[in-house]
Design a protein around this ligand. Sequence first.
Ligand code: 5GP
Ligand code: ZN
Length: 114
Amino acid sequence: MTDCLFCKIAQGELKANKAYSDDRAVAFHDINPQAPVHVLIIPTRHIESLLDMGEEDLELLGHLHAIAARLARELGVAEAGFRVVVNTNRDAGQSVPHLHLHLLGGRAMGWPPG
Ligand code: 5GP
Ligand code: ZN
């Protein structure tokens, strides 16, 4: 999508501090981090939210989670613990309509989330 912020980051049209990329996914550090480690993992292809994932996307969904686990190890938060969050639609506070996994770590987190 031409006017999508995260599509532009995935295509390199907008700068981001990238932590990982391959042909299907890109990960980059959040511009407004909520934890010492806060990385966003997105599919390169524009998918608006979890609600738009079909049966054909299950492998991609697994791939995005595998990247989250890999980055948690690489960024040194795996052992202490980390959280992976996917905000979907208004009540969850999804502000960018391109599917993204938040990887958060480096501090103790509360439960339930606010
Ligand atoms: P959401 O609120 O949709 O779950 O998460 C969107 C996230 O994207 C927020 O944590 C926000 O800080 C981050 N974000 C918004 N715009 C940019 C940007 O231009 N660059 C980066 N790196 N992160 C962004
Ligand atoms: Zn997009």
